[in-house]
Design a protein around this ligand. Structure first.
Ligand code: ZN
Length: 341
């Protein structure tokens, strides 16, 4: 009897331990199965479309950047920032500016979406007595929607675009492109700034002093002009690196363009050498969020006026219907949770 009791005790103990082990095992497998949806969340998050409303649009203008010279520098590996945009961004080397292809009228079209005949900034120097541009600027329209605005320009004449109460942070930066970029990055520490324009004068200055070149195979570009393009490319790379390290990168779009090219030591004509400019848009996941709206162009080239319209659309501000400039980046509509592959 005693040994039977003992045996029963052992049997009971073994059964109990087995039950506990079974229970523990079930608990563990339940815990793991509970975790499975969590681990499955990562791909769900990856499938979730990136936000298509940009919190921040940065327009960078390389004054006097001539696409044919840029392309030969890219071929030689000497324009690494712009070259890097050829993968995963939108790049065009045949955009067109307005005529006369000069700095202030051209930038005014870039930032108002209108031709010179409408914005009426026909002069190309700072004439304070002539006041501000009458047309609404991209800054003005953004500001009306409560978006913080900024401009860092390295030429004084941009003051004609600095209409009262439309640009929160306006700087005529007398220093070089690197100094202007540092200023822009300081401004962008304020996350309420959703639209910033940054201007580099170096290529234009070198073109006027030493020549643009690149018009034919016999006409080499001046070393100084090429060096200026390389410098603004380097500085633009620093800007992009800083923006990419920011939490806002997925909601940031950077447009890099120019106001005109040049030939000899001048520009301003309707010749393609003067009117053709680069136009590029980059940003976190840009090609997953936006497609190039070629239908907006109806067969024409990209215009500098499209810059303002694209910036507004990215910020989800309606583009005035009478603007010549059109939005170039239409949203890719993907319902939430739909695989993008
Ligand atoms: Zn210029």
């Amino acid at each position: 009897m005693h040994s039977n009791k003992l045996n029963r005790f052992f049997l009971w103990s073994i059964v109990s331990l087995a039950l506990i082990a079974l229970g523990l095992g079930s608990y563990l497998s339940w815990t793991i199965s509970q975790r499975e949806p969590e681990s499955a969340q990562t791909p769900v998050e990856e499938r979730t479309p990136l936000p298509t409303k940009a919190s921040r649009v940065v327009i960078v203008s390389w004054d006097g950047a001539k696409p044919v010279v840029m392309k030969s520098l890219i071929d030689e590996g000497k324009l690494p920032t712009f070259a890097s945009l050829q993968v995963g961004s939108y790049v065009d080397f045949d955009a067109q500016t307005v005529v006369p292809s000069v700095t202030l009228p051209s930038h005014t079209s870039m930032l108002t979406g209108r031709p010179i005949s409408e914005h009426k900034i026909t002069w190309n120097d700072y004439q304070p007595e002539r006041g501000f541009v009458k047309s609404e600027t991209v800054f003005e329209l953004a500001k009306k929607q409560g978006i913080g605005t900024a401009m860092v320009a390295t030429k004084e004449k941009f003051a004609h675009l600095n209409k009262p109460e439309t640009i929160d942070h306006y700087f005529h930066e007398r220093g070089d492109a690197a100094t202007a970029t540092n200023r822009a990055l300081e401004i962008l520490e304020d996350t309420s700034v959703g639209l910033l324009f940054l201007h580099f004068k170096e290529p234009d200055a070198a073109g006027h002093a030493y020549g643009w070149g690149g018009g034919s195979k016999d006409e080499a570009s001046s070393q100084q002009y090429m060096a200026a393009l390389q410098e603004v490319d380097r500085v633009t790379g620093l800007l992009l690196a800083q923006l990419k390290s920011d939490d806002l990168w997925n909601q940031t779009v950077v447009i890099i363009t120019s106001d005109h090219g040049g030939k000899g030591k001048s520009h301003g004509s309707d010749s393609p050498e003067d009117t053709t400019v680069p136009w590029a848009a980059t940003g976190g996941g840009i090609q997953q969020k936006y497609q190039f709206a070629s239908s907006a162009l109806s067969g024409r080239s990209i215009s500098t006026m499209d810059t303002a319209a694209t910036a507004l659309s990215l910020l989800e501000i309606p583009v005035p219907t009478d603007w010549s400039g059109k939005n170039l980046l239409s949203k890719i509509e993907v319902p939430l949770g739909t695989p993008t592959q």
